[in-house]
Design a protein around this ligand. Structure first.
Ligand code: FPP
Length: 235
């Protein structure tokens, strides 16, 4: 069987992270959940810097799933404020570090104030060539797939669908916080992703954890449905 592996347009590895455990991190400290999300924003900053140093090509992070709208209004509002503040405050650092930022997911349900901030962050960082950081906000892989399939004149083949999704295949998927599920994140792109689960809560995640995940990834034998190199060369 042939695989439909497409590689990151900026070259290099595509890592994706489900940043889970902010709420529990806060709860354990007797803090409100939003304190966990704030600490999560710091963890993201550290991880982006580390990803640049490691030469990761694309990093896609799950910041807000379409199902997260079901959370209490106060938490959703605080998260949106945090995203807005992050987009404004991190632009300079991203430009300086060669990080191109794009936001994936639906935009029509986001607070209107966020749209110019997203556009400005995307355009000001557009020349970043070291790392492509993709923030998934109001993102649902199933909805993205449906939207791609419903495009007028859509062609039903793997390459066309990958192209419509506009995302390279994921090489390494990391999920923090101890749960072991995909939660509607990059379902098509993760067809051959190596999965790495860690009990570490997202606000505690740092450069060491990323190094460990990447080291583990490099020990994996990726066969994409084929045979190990040593067996196939024997015929
Ligand atoms: C899941 O943890 C995390 C989220 C729903 C929000 C992710 C947001 C951040 C990491 C903030 C930083 C991001 C940006 C783009 C500035 P949870 O709340 O479900 O944790 P729990 O499972 O312990 O309750």
């Amino acid at each position: 069987m042939t695989s439909s592996v497409s590689h990151s347009s900026s070259g290099g590895l595509h890592a994706a992270i489900i940043m889970d455990g902010n709420g529990r991190w806060a709860l354990r400290r007797g803090l409100p959940r939003i304190a966990g999300h704030r600490a999560g924003a710091e963890a993201l900053r550290r991880t982006v810097e580390a990803a640049v140093k490691h030469g990761v090509g694309t990093l896609t992070v799950y910041a807000f799933s379409s199902d997260n709208w079901n959370r209490p209004k106060e938490e959703v509002g605080a998260l949106m404020k945090l995203f807005l503040a992050w987009l404004r405050s991190e632009v300079r650092r991203c430009i300086d570090n060669g990080v191109r930022v794009t936001v994936i997911g639906r935009r029509d349900r986001l607070p209107r104030l966020m749209l110019p901030a997203i556009e400005e962050c995307e355009s000001r960082t557009a020349h970043g060539a070291r790392l492509h950081l993709r923030l998934a906000v109001d993102y649902s892989a199933r909805d993205q797939l449906l939207a791609a399939a419903r495009r007028p004149g859509a062609t039903a083949n793997r390459a066309a669908l990958s192209c419509a999704l506009g995302s390279p295949d994921v090489d390494l998927l990391i999920r923090t916080g101890g749960e072991q599920r995909l939660s509607d994140f990059l379902l098509w792109e993760c067809a051959y992703a190596e999965l790495y689960f860690t009990p570490r809560l997202w606000p505690d995640f740092g450069p060491e954890d990323l190094s460990q995940a990447l080291a583990e990834f490099h020990t994996r034998d990726r066969r994409f449905g084929g045979l190990p190199a040593v067996v196939s060369s024997r015929g």
